[in-house]
Design a protein around this ligand. Structure first.
Ligand code: ACO
Length: 428
């Protein structure tokens, strides 16, 4: 017999079905709670709220497991290409050779952006943060493709928007950087693969040859895969909620980029490097900064530590830590920030404050060090994260639209003043 949950309220007992997912996670389905009891649930920060049923990504925060469509992240990060993973997330299965070739060709076909888009870039100040630029330019793409405004127009139109977005995002991201440098834009080279093309557009100059280092391409491929999806996090929930109003995909992804920007989410990778630099410039006294992080009267937190769902270890952090060592060794870079990061990790992991709160390094703790080694400037770190997360956001949006999910609209419990009468201004 299937399980039921009983809730007692004001002397009455109500029964609610229990839903069990394929990984045996259980949820009390309270969809009709308010209709039958008059109550709603209160869960600030959605710490215990399953907002959707999803077949894309599974993670077990206690055991440190992460899988995309059933495939362990460790296998994908080791063996797959980013576009294979993007295909897997968006369409549900790994592509065969023909499918991958055609996916790659379709994306390559859309790497160019409309020449008029260049004028948008020129209007931003030189110091514009590339996340602000990326978010607004991606939203602006909707003005160039009015057929995308109705996201339910047809499956073909929807897929075309997906391919356009995947094709143009690296060009726009690289151009956001070029624009900040006031360097000329480098156009995509369509015989390069996704990662190589992005690096080429970022680092090539019209005045000199630029050879993309395969070590850098491999590292970028791995980083993008590790960031490709992470179920219902802040930016993905934003994507699902914005998309649920049937806003077009460009606007929806722009909202996801904005949500990712914050330092408590994707912006943490920039914040980690800034923190490590601060500690380094301050003499490298790790204990002093750990004490600050523990002090409740001090707003300082160890950036890159702690996670809403991983309470044991973040499997992505384990992979990235190793990748970080490999990349620095292969590129023969000796970064003192890596030493500080390792010391900080050791001190924090042995400290009761961090142990008792299950605070472990998250994916962003080491990713900034690799990005730095790859020559990517700090302000671009979160843009890199956005490039990686793009297929995940698209997959989650596609799933939501295909499941005809209703508009996202949480309730609240009002705690303000109940009644007041208007007083004219001269009597206040
Ligand atoms: N440094 C010091 N103390 C911390 C840290 C930290 N990084 N993170 C959490 N804590 C403490 C809190 O002060 C709190 O202590 P208390 O119980 O004594 O009040 C306790 O640990 C629980 O913290 P919450 O903020 O309630 O945990 P929550 O799940 O809401 O937040 C979050 C998770 C936002 C990731 C938090 O750990 C944090 O701010 N980390 C630093 C930022 C960061 O690295 N973000 C990236 C996350 S990964 C990603 O988005 C890709």
């Amino acid at each position: 017999m299937s399980e039921i949950a009983k809730i007692e309220l004001e002397g009455k007992s109500y029964e609610f079905p229990v839903f069990e997912g394929t990984e045996n996670e259980k949820a009390i389905d309270i969809g009709n709670l308010r209709a039958v009891t008059g109550y709603v649930t209160l869960d600030t920060g959605y710490k215990n709220t399953g907002a959707t049923k999803s077949a894309i990504t599974f993670l077990d925060g206690e055991k440190g497991i992460l899988k995309y469509r059933g495939y362990p992240i460790e296998q994908l990060a080791e063996k797959a290409s980013f576009l294979e993973v993007a295909y897997l997330l968006i369409y549900g299965d790994l592509p065969n050779k023909t499918q991958l070739e055609s996916f790659q060709a379709d994306i390559t076909n859309h790497t160019l952006v409309h020449e008029d888009v260049k004028q948008f870039f020129e209007a931003y100040p030189a110091k514009a943060h590339p996340m602000g630029v990326l978010s607004s330019i991606i939203c602006s793409l909707s003005t160039f493709y009015p057929e995308s405004l109705d996201p339910n127009r047809s499956p073909e139109a929807k897929n075309l928007t997906i391919l356009r977005l995947l094709g143009k995002a690296p060009t726009l991201a690289a151009w956001a950087y070029k624009n900040a440098m006031r360097h000329p834009f480098i156009y995509p080279k369509n015989d390069y693969d996704y990662c190589k093309n992005f690096l080429y557009m970022m680092f090539a100059l019209p005045t000199a040859d630029y050879k993309v280092d395969p070590v850098v391409v491999d590292a970028l491929n791995k980083l993008l895969i590790l960031h490709a999806d992470h179920e219902q996090n802040c930016s993905t929930s934003t994507v699902r909620i914005v998309g649920s109003s049937q806003a077009n995909l460009y606007a929806t992804i722009a909202a996801g980029i904005a949500a990712l920007w914050g330092p408590l989410h994707g912006g943490a990778n920039q914040a980690v490097i800034e923190m490590l630099e601060k500690i380094h410039n301050d003499g490298g006294d790790v204990d002093k900064w750990v004490l600050k992080a523990k002090d409740k009267d001090d707003s300082f937190r160890l950036m890159g530590f702690g996670h809403r769902v991983y309470k044991n270890f973040d499997p992505r952090a384990t992979i990235i830590k190793k990748a970080c060592d490999d990349v620095l060794e292969k590129l023969k870079i000796n970064d003192p920030l890596l030493e500080i990061a390792k010391k900080l990790e050791k001190v924090a992991l042995e400290d009761d404050y961090f142990k008792s709160r299950n605070l472990y390094p998250n994916v962003d703790f080491y990713s900034g060090i690799i990005y730095k080694a790859l020559g990517i400037p700090t302000e671009m770190f979160t843009v890199m994260f956005a490039l990686g997360r793009l297929p995940g956001w698209i997959a989650q949006w596609k799933e939501m639209t295909e499941n005809n999910e209703p508009i996202g609209r949480p309730r609240q419990i009002y705690t303000g003043i109940v009644n007041r009468d208007y007083i004219p201004i001269d009597q206040r």
